[in-house]
Design a protein around this ligand. Structure first.
Ligand code: UD1
Length: 364
């Protein structure tokens, strides 16, 4: 029996852990998985709603860490996780993505001699000002098994000197969740609730510090969105960090003149129902670049780089940065002439979690 601790900390982790947990439960003669929630995200809308929507049980272990500066948050997760690993003696710790919980738990496990598998390994934006890029590089450097979503990630790892025999291309487990829940999301009333059912609309999400922590940058982006909203109404579920900054910079009144509906963050199914019907998505999220690619929805990424270049090469994604004029121009172009020759990347097929289990079994 393989004892596995699956680490979830922040919103983008939950839809990656859920299919792996379910696949392990289907192989309960081999795997004994436990879910560890670090508590990095703790609001009901940022955390609990996802466990419910994804059909996951309550976490087996909750570290209850919460928000803090990077150093304090990472250190608190490490301090709380170390006794868990000592007590549980797992065969594997599985970490996903690139958040502070990912590096914190990987570092604790590896120092206690426990094997670490990193799901979504090898992605690189080559922008070391992004906290996630540091988390990705460090987690990959210390993990025993690097499970990748695309072959460009395999190449990034090889270029960093990581031996071939640690790298496995398994596909995109977040797309397992998307495919499993797309039909279920039809039952969500989020479009009706917002009064946009049957209408054309755009969806916006923003939370990167580089877009929302600086008053001038955030003002410019919101000006561009206001302009776009006058042609295509926008729904904008607002991340807590962004909400706090809109208030802090006094931008809420300005938005009242736009056709942008600011709403609370949505759960997994409500949000899927919302973006799956959008004519255009504007975002700085990593996951949404992938989800829109699979659904063929035009996506403008408000960043200068992406660690997911396959969504540009094969998918609907276009990098537009955060200059207001560029955002407006790119939106006009996407609405006039959306990319048509797009494809779903290899192994984004709904079966990545099974392949992850295969690899964990083989690596033991
Ligand atoms: C984190 C991840 C980021 C990911 C994002 C998804 C890191 C370094 N960043 O960024 O990669 O894309 O999650 O959302 O791990 N807050 C709440 N309630 C919550 C969570 C956060 O109010 O449940 C507020 C707090 O004010 C907190 C701030 O949001 O200080 C930032 O939260 P934090 O987890 O530090 O980073 P995110 O910006 O969410």
């Amino acid at each position: 029996m393989l004892k596995v601790l699956l680490i979830a900390g922040a919103r983008p982790n939950f839809m990656k852990i859920a299919p792996i947990y379910a696949a392990m439960r289907r192989r309960s003669d081999i795997f004994a998985p436990k879910i560890v929630h670090t508590g990095q995200h703790y609001d009901a809308a940022m955390s609990d709603a996802f466990f419910t929507d994804l059909g996951m049980p309550e976490p087996d272990i909750h570290l209850g860490v919460g928000s803090a500066s990077h150093a304090v948050q990472t250190a608190s997760i490490m301090t709380a996780f170390e006794p868990v690993v000592i007590e549980e003696k797992p065969d594997w710790v599985v970490v996903v993505g690139d958040v502070n919980s990912t590096i914190a738990c990987a570092l604790v496990a590896v120092k206690l001699g426990v094997k670490v598998a990193h799901v979504e390994a090898g992605l690189r934006s080559r922008d070391r000002t992004m906290p996630e890029e540091i988390n990705r590089i460090l987690t990959d450097a210390i993990s025993d098994l690097l499970l990748t979503t695309s072959q460009d990630a395999d190449q990034n790892l090889k270029d960093e000197g990581i031996p071939n025999d640690k790298i496995r291309f398994v596909g995109n487990v977040m797309i397992d969740s998307l495919m499993e829940h797309l039909k279920l999301a039809d039952a969500s009333t989020s479009r009706q609730d917002l009064g946009i059912d049957g209408r054309e609309y755009a969806v916006v999400t923003l939370h990167r510090p580089s877009n929302v922590d600086n008053a001038e940058v955030l003002t410019g982006i919101l000006d561009a969105l206001t302009d776009i909203s006058l042609r295509l109404p926008i729904v904008f579920p607002v991340h807590p960090r962004t909400r706090a900054n809109i208030d802090k910079f006094g931008l809420a009144d300005k938005l009242a003149e736009s056709d942008i509906k600011l709403i609370e963050p949505l759960g997994y199914l409500d949000f899927m129902r919302l973006y799956s019907g959008a004519k255009l998505v504007l975002t700085d999220s990593g996951g949404l670049q992938e989800e829109t690619t699979v659904l063929g929805i035009p996506c403008l990424t408000l960043r200068h780089n992406t660690e997911r270049p396959i969504t540009i090469e094969m998918g609907t994604n276009v990098l537009v940065g955060n200059d207001p004029a560029n955002i407006k121009r790119a939106a006009s172009e996407a609405l006039a002439d959306a990319k048509t020759d797009t494809k779903i990347p290899p192994l984004w097929d709904g079966h990545a979690a099974e392949r992850i289990c295969d690899e964990l079994e083989k690596a033991c």
